[in-house]
Write a protein that binds this ligand. Structure first.
Ligand code: DGP
Length: 112
């Protein structure tokens, strides 16, 4: 099991801000911004590069949850960024798909 499957199964703790039947959102343990939340499917899907057409509904619902999660975190008006790291060069470190939601400061572009 990945660390995120264990969090989804409530086997290890996390600061959960949103939970549905098939995904949840929780604060990143190594925040890169004042608001840094991860939106994570409960079932194991390693990365966006391995997503299948059958994952479209789940991925869509995860994306559509982001504005509400951002609003609850207080960054809807100031802005936020959604990031998916896929593979080595992108800095993927947990092989379980997750959407980073970052906000609460001015973010640089292009990203490093
Ligand atoms: P990525 O590099 O895109 O694979 O992002 C993985 C993120 O997961 C990274 O920002 C740190 C975070 N993370 C790793 N382990 C844990 C954990 O046990 N709990 C929480 N809340 N976040 C974690």
């Amino acid at each position: 099991m990945t660390i995120f499957e264990k969090i989804a199964a409530h086997e290890i703790p996390a600061r959960i801000v949103c939970e549905t039947e098939d995904f949840l959102a929780f604060h990143d343990v190594q925040p890169q911004a004042p608001v840094h939340i991860l939106i994570v499917p409960k079932r194991a899907l390693p990365r966006i590069g391995e997503a299948q057409p059958g994952d479209a509904d789940l991925l869509g619902r995860m994306l559509l949850a982001a504005p509400g999660i951002a609003a609850a975190a207080g960054v809807a008006e100031t802005g936020y960024r959604l990031v998916i790291n896929n593979g080595r060069d992108a800095g993927e470190s947990v092989p379980h798909l997750h959407i980073h939601l970052l906000g609460g400061r001015s973010l640089q572009w292009p990203p490093g």
